[in-house]
Design a protein around this ligand. Structure first.
Ligand code: SF4
Length: 732
């Protein structure tokens, strides 16, 4: 007997609503939910493969505990016992910093990953936090923190209303968007052009997104900050800047002209490999558009000046008057956003409140660079990381120099992985705690609603009950927190009830909270939900900006539309000045380095990554339905470079960079510009001890092995994964 159930897709940031077909407790099909208020029936091949991922036979069904050097099946009790026996004792002997935490990208796609890691860090008291952000979007957090005082105040392009969209280093037709949650991103781009708008794509590759554009500019990788600085310079020099009301809200606007003075289009032209005329034309078009939005993503973030590029994206939105207005770039307002506060000075955002022990890397948003994890484990001395808790993280594949990290992990005293797979990283763990398949978890998008191009709220209860020995993902996290606190055996609900009690205690005394003046006990009794996380969600909705409850969401299974994005300034500002701090000190101090880069001789050949529609980082290579086709780990080489280097299509090449070398299959294509080669990331599934049978059959090469981890965006600690020099030699 089959039935259907609704589930928000957790496989990328677009958060499409799916209709799952279920039979005998298994997902037998997935199609787009036509009534979903946000995605309106859109689905991509990844979402369509939801069932195959959900029922992957390589998924772990129960915990593993290492005994006599080998991981063996164990009960949940034994697994948490092992954690309780190891972690508190290490903390007692070596201190809180001896435990590191690694959070992978899938955490932002689950309720558990949003609700519990902050509590885990608090319980441990460690500052050794490493996340996928320093392999991805940390530059955007840092620039937003410096500009607006809040690292999560990230404006998103108003895709459905803008007249002019400038995309840099982003390929949403394949990725479906990032830091811009928009189901059917490709359809929205086509609609922009259909209503007479203009799409300009800046990318060294002629991506599927670039193919949709009115104009495609293919500059040299890593030159985004120079290009953006020249666009800003042109707006100021040609008196095209028109910030309007934003001028009153900003400080430092008058100093921008001098700060960017040397970045003329003529000066940056050789480094960007674009003509000065092309740059000036783009600046003029941006200024002339009735509304416009500039949006930069991974290709402009994971480069040496990623934070400067991220900052300049918003500088352009401000100079053109497009920040915080319909059709420009706006701040979403999610249904679980904390209560607003009156405009005025806030606490501000600080960088470098502490530094990493070995490399002295400054923290950013409470995190240390993922590229510094291996040295923090390997280097002896006080504060060395001896135990690691890795939650949905596979840094052996995703961080620079996976071989070194692989060796470092093998030397840990103790490691826990919360992961459904025995993968390249979790195979080092002493305890593996596998969450159930996504169909068996409830879902609410705490993270991505804050980056959505339309305000909405949707909740999916678990589509299928837990089976056998499976444990709910939130319960795993709550029990892990108790276990590292030495409280294994306490009821996991206690973790949630503590949060609820603390939140209510604050809310009833906060004059801006809708619960101000209430009785905390009485309010706690009012909360709905059959589980701790549901009650926490209900509380966040009740204290949120839309006066919603969990029951409201349950009664609207296709979601509640909360309308288009609206202007939110100055309410979002938390800077010390209470204004947009347009030229903050850390940025001003970094500009001379960017200026010096103008004199550097560009490398003859550099590497960039690429995204495939049927892939997402290292997650999906074990799903047969998503392998093959364009989703292959090949090196794209331009025909001119192939001829110059003696490479042939279908042949093999050795690619070498400062971190090592790889042998890769060559695909000759003019989809990548000359002087640039492209290799996707997330591959390299050939390490013994993993249990990923489909991925291991076509392992691919791990591009991050080319890096030694020393190249970083200095302000954010983000690894340089794009635009680094490589050499190629043909192999027989
Ligand atoms: S676009 Fe993303 S959210 Fe939508 S179906 Fe595909 S993977 Fe899922």
């Amino acid at each position: 007997m089959s039935r259907t159930a609704l589930r928000i897709c957790p496989l990328c940031e677009a958060t499409c609503g799916l209709t799952l077909t279920l039979a005998d407790g298994a997902v037998t099909g997935a199609r787009g939910d036509r009534e979903d208020v946000f995605s309106r029936g859109f689905i991509c091949p990844k979402g369509a493969a939801f069932g195959a991922l959900d029922s992957d036979p390589d998924r772990l069904r129960g915990p593993l505990v290492r005994r006599a050097g080998r991981l063996r099946e164990a009960t949940w009790e034994e697994a948490f016992d092992a954690i309780t026996a190891a972690v508190p004792a290490l903390v007692r002997e070596y201190g809180a910093q001896s435990v590191g935490v690694v959070l992978g990208n899938p955490n932002v796609h689950t309720m558990a990953g949003a609700l519990y890691p902050p509590l885990l860090l608090k319980a441990l008291g460690t500052r050794n936090l490493f996340t996928a952000s320093t392999l991805d979007q940390m530059p955007k957090h840092v620039s937003s923190g410096l500009l607006f005082g809040d690292p999560f105040a990230i404006p998103v392009p108003d895709l459905d209303r803008t007249d002019f969209l400038l995309l840099l280093g982003a390929n949403p037709v394949e990725s479906n968007g990032s830091l811009c949650t928009a189901p059917d991103f490709p359809g929205r781009l086509k609609a922009l052009r259909a209503r007479g708008g203009t799409l300009v794509v800046v990318d060294p590759r002629r991506t599927r997104t670039a193919a949709l554009a009115d104009r495609h500019l293919a500059p040299r990788p890593g030159s985004d900050a120079l290009l953006l600085a020249a666009l800003a310079h042109t707006l100021i020099e040609e008196k095209l800047a028109a910030p309007g009301a934003l001028e009153e809200l900003s400080q430092g606007i008058g100093e921008l002209g001098a700060a960017l003075g040397s970045f003329t289009p003529e000066a940056v032209s050789p480094a960007c490999d674009l003509t000065a005329a092309e740059i000036r034309t783009l600046a003029r078009e941006l200024a002339a558009a009735p509304t416009a939005a500039v949006y930069g993503r991974i290709g402009s973030c994971t480069v040496e000046y990623g934070t400067l590029a991220s900052w300049l994206v918003d500088v352009l939105n401000i100079l053109t008057g497009n920040l915080d207005r319909p059709g420009g770039a706006l701040f979403p307002l999610s249904a679980t956003a904390p209560p607003g506060r009156p405009a005025g000075p806030g606490k501000g955002f600080a960088l470098g409140r502490w530094s990493s022990r070995v490399g002295g890397h400054p923290e950013a948003k409470g995190e240390l660079p993922m590229a510094a994890l291996a040295e923090e484990i390997e280097t002896p001395g006080e504060g060395r990381i001896r135990a690691l808790l890795a939650v949905a993280a596979n840094p052996v594949l995703s961080a620079p120099d996976g071989d070194r990290l692989d060796r470092a992990l093998a030397g840990l005293d103790f490691m826990v992985s919360v992961d459904p797979y025995l993968n390249e990283t979790s195979r080092h763990a002493h305890v593996v705690l596998p969450p159930p398949p996504p169909s068996r978890s409830a879902h609410f998008d705490f993270a991505f609603n804050g980056f959505a191009v339309r305000n909405q709220a949707r909740y999916s209860p678990a589509a299928v009950p837990l089976e056998g020995e499976g444990m709910d993902e939130c319960e795993i996290h709550a029990r892990l927190i108790l276990a590292v606190s030495g409280l294994h055996g306490a009821p996991p609900e206690a973790v949630d009830e503590r949060v609820i009690a603390d939140t209510l205690a604050r809310a009833v005394t906060d004059p801006h909270s809708p619960l101000h003046g209430g009785d905390p006990q009485e309010l706690a009794r009012l909360l709905n939900g059959t589980t701790g996380p549901e009650r926490r969600l209900d509380l966040m909705l009740r204290t949120g900006p839309y006066d919603l409850t969990l029951d409201d969401l349950r009664q609207a299974p296709h979601g509640i539309d909360l309308g288009p994005l609206r202007p939110r300034l100055p309410g979002v500002l938390k800077t010390r000045s209470g204004r947009i701090e347009l030229l903050p000190d850390p940025i001003a101090a970094e500009l001379p380095r960017l200026r010096a880069a103008l004199a550097e001789r560009p490398a003859a050949l550099v590497l960039v990554g690429r995204r495939h529609l049927r892939s997402n980082n290292s997650w999906l290579h074990n799903v047969p339905a998503l392998t093959g086709g364009s989703n292959r780990c090949t090196l794209h080489v331009h025909p001119h470079d192939a001829e110059r280097l003696g490479l042939v299509d279908g042949g093999q090449a050795r690619i070498t960079a400062e971190g090592g070398s790889l042998e890769v299959p060559v695909e000759v294509t003019d989809a990548v510009r000359s002087g640039v080669v492209s290799l996707p990331h997330g591959w390299g599934h050939d390490r013994a001890g993993s249990r990923l049978s489909v991925a291991a059959a076509v392992p691919g090469a791990n591009v991050n092995q080319l890096l030694d981890g020393t190249r970083m965006d200095r302000l954010s600690g983000t690894a340089v994964l794009n635009g680094f020099p490589v050499e190629l030699t043909p192999l027989p």
